[in-house]
Design a protein around this ligand. Structure first.
Ligand code: PGA
Length: 247
C-alpha cells in the first residue's frame, strides 16, 4: 500500500506572495509519512514550483485542455503544465463539471491527454445531494468513474477523488460508513475496468470539507488513500495537520 496522498486544491485563491509563502511552509515540513500535492492557480504554478524545489512535495494544476495546442482561447495544455513543473492535474472537479458544463467525455479526454503527456490525472467524481438522498450515489459515482477513466489508466497515472458535491465547502461530510461504502464500490469498479488489484493500487482520495479535526477518522476509513482538500489547504497549519493525521 502506497503512502496517503494529501492534495491541496487552492482553487482561485491567493496571489504569488501568498502562494510562495504557503508552498515554502509545506515544503519545510519534512517527512510526515504522507505525500503532498499542491494545486495552485495557473498564474502561481511557477512561483510554487520554485518554492518546492528540492522538496518531495508535488505540483499540480486544477485543469487542462484535452488538445496539445491550437485555437483554444483561455485554455492550457498538458505540455504547458509540464513546462511549469507539474506532475499532476485535477480533471473533472465538480466546479468544472457544473460551472463549465464538462461531461464525462470531456473529463475522459482531459485525463487521456494528461496520461499521454506524462502527468498523473486526479479524476474527480461525486454525487449531488438529490442523488445521495434518492439512493443513487453508488450508481452515479460508478457511471462517472467508468466514463471518465482513460483507456490506459494505471496506478502511476491515475488517482480518483471521490467528492460528494454537497460536501464541498459546506462543512458537511458523509458518515464514515458512507465514505467507506463509496470507496469500496469505486475499488470494485477499478478492479473490473482496469484489472484485478487496480482497486487497491490506484489511490482513491476523499474530498469535501476535510479539515484538521475530521481528517484522522476519514483517512482511517477503509479504502481511503488520501484527501483532496480545498479550504483547509489554504493555511499551512491546517494542511500540515491533515498530513499528520495519515494512518
Ligand atoms: P473543500 O473543497 O475542502 O473546501 O470542501 C474540496 C474540493 O473542492 O476539492
Amino acid at each position: 500500500m502506497s503512502k496517503a496522498l494529501i492534495a491541496g486544491n487552492w482553487k482561485m485563491n491567493g496571489d504569488r506572495p501568498f502562494a510562495s509563502e504557503l508552498a515554502r511552509a509545506i515544503a519545510a515540513s519534512g517527512d510526515l509519512g504522507c505525500e503532498f500535492l499542491l494545486c495552485p492557480p495557473y498564474t502561481s504554478l511557477e512561483t510554487v514550483a520554485a518554492a518546492l524545489e528540492g522538496s518531495s512535495v508535488a505540483l499540480g494544476a486544477q485543469d487542462c485542455h484535452a488538445e496539445t495546442s491550437g485555437a483554444f482561447t483561455g485554455d492550457i495544455s498538458v505540455e504547458m503544465l509540464r513546462e511549469s513543473g507539474c506532475s499532476h492535474v485535477i480533471v473533472g472537479h465538480s466546479e468544472r463539471r457544473s460551472g463549465h458544463h464538462e461531461t464525462d467525455a470531456i473529463v475522459q479526454a482531459k485525463a487521456t491527454a494528461a496520461q499521454t503527456g506524462g502527468l498523473t490525472a486526479v479524476i474527480c467524481v461525486g454525487e449531488s445531494l438529490a442523488q445521495r438522498e434518492s439512493g443513487a450515489a453508488l450508481e452515479v459515482v460508478e457511471s462517472q468513474v467508468v466514463q471518465s477513466l482513460p483507456e490506459g489508466a494505471e496506478t502511476l497515472n491515475t488517482v480518483i477523488a471521490y467528492e460528494p458535491i454537497w460536501a464541498i465547502g459546506s462543512g458537511k461530510i458523509p458518515t464514515l460508513e458512507e465514505i467507506s461504502a463509496v470507496h469500496r464500490h469505486i475499488a470494485g469498479v477499478l478492479d473490473r475496468e482496469v484489472g484485478d488489484g487496480a482497486g487497491t493500487a490506484i489511490r482513491i482520495l476523499y474530498g469535501g470539507s476535510v479539515n484538521a479535526e475530521n481528517a484522522k477518522e476519514i483517512l482511517a476509513c477503509e479504502g481511503v488513500g488520501g484527501a483532496l482538500v480545498g479550504g483547509a489547504s489554504l493555511k499551512a497549519d491546517s494542511f500540515l495537520a491533515i498530513g499528520q493525521s495519515c494512518p
